[in-house]
Write a protein that binds this ligand. Sequence first.
Ligand SMILES: CC(C)(COP(=O)(O)OP(=O)(O)OC[C@H]1O[C@@H](n2cnc3c(N)ncnc32)[C@H](O)[C@@H]1OP(=O)(O)O)[C@@H](O)C(=O)NCCC(=O)NCCS
Length: 214
Amino acid sequence: MIEIGPSEVRHRSIGEGTNIGALCDIGEGVEIGRECTLKSFCVIHEGCKIGDRTIISHNVIIEEDCVIGNDSFIGNGCILRPGTKIGNNCVIGHLTVFEGVCSIGDRTLIHAQCHITKGAIIEEDVFIAPLFVGANDKRMSHNRRHVIPFVIEPYKIKKGARIAIGVSVLPGVVIGSNALVGVGAVVSKDVPDNAIVYGIPARIKGEVPEEERL
Ligand SMILES: CC(C)(COP(=O)(O)OP(=O)(O)OC[C@H]1O[C@@H](n2cnc3c(N)ncnc32)[C@H](O)[C@@H]1OP(=O)(O)O)[C@@H](O)C(=O)NCCC(=O)NCCS
């Protein structure tokens, strides 16, 4: 049975067993799979696709053409700007913001209050602790684009990497697979696979033991 709250729902496809809470606004062409839960006050814009059994908590805003896979969880108050892609079995903590055209791999966990910039690529099995911030515009071209070309340089976090609380990542940086970035690091250069780094700027301090690598 499909239970629909007093939402403004237009030309959308909603799978069997999906529950939609009160005052959700679901845009045209949205596809939501089976047995999902959408809690109250969510807004899903045109063209989004959500897989099966995914839970979207209260007050989530999902803008145009976002894709969320199966069995994922999106926490309260998250914002997904247009073109954000989140895989299967992902957990996204409360108040995390995705600036769009970014992709998050399967089984990745991003904690609360993280800021994922436009174009970021975060692969599968990544762990990101709270208060992560990434940058994509090194020269901060705001209001100066006639003198500073606006070039988005997305960062990439590869499979199985672990990022501790309060880490900042600079534009264009690649964090290697299974790497571990310690608390409070500012990552200004690429991090090799399996490296442990921390500090400002982050420096290599060790290697992730083989048994901890995925
Ligand atoms: C990077 C990390 C794994 C290192 O752990 P460790 O190998 O056990 O290192 P130690 O605690 O033995 O510390 C070694 C030295 O590095 C320093 N150090 C450790 N982490 C540091 C960091 N992030 N930044 C600066 N210095 C750090 C320690 O003070 C210590 O210095 P000393 O030799 O002068 O005494 C750990 O500090 C860390 O950041 N863990 C992540 C915790 C986290 O965010 N979890 C998420 C929960 S939601």
